[in-house]
Design a protein. Structure first.
Length: 93
């Protein structure tokens, strides 16, 4: 990390750009799970919000009720509603 910062790698980049990072993540994740992954199986995202939005857009249809943890991150409810879903909180006891 320190070397990357010193080289100026301090901003967001296109996910596929750093194939060495994707290769390393694929090898490490595969080794931990006893599976074989390649860089094509790895998506690098600039943060959690885009991932949550893409996941909801992929698996939810407008009008679907979607459970989300409450307390939790406010982004869950807002992204569900933004995509046309009905946000249904559940709590922890």
């Amino acid at each position: 990390m320190q070397k990357a910062i010193a080289k100026g790698y301090t901003g967001y980049c296109p996910g596929p750009r750093y194939s060495e990072l994707r290769d390393t993540i694929a090898r490490d994740t595969g080794a931990r799970r006893g599976l074989s992954y390649s860089a094509e199986n790895i998506a690098i995202q600039p943060g959690g919000k885009p991932v949550i939005n893409k996941f909801i857009a992929t698996v939810m249809n407008p009008g679907d009720e979607v459970l989300y943890p409450n307390p939790g991150f406010p982004i869950y409810e807002s992204q569900i509603e933004y995509q046309g879903g009905i946000a249904v909180p559940y709590g922890f006891h």
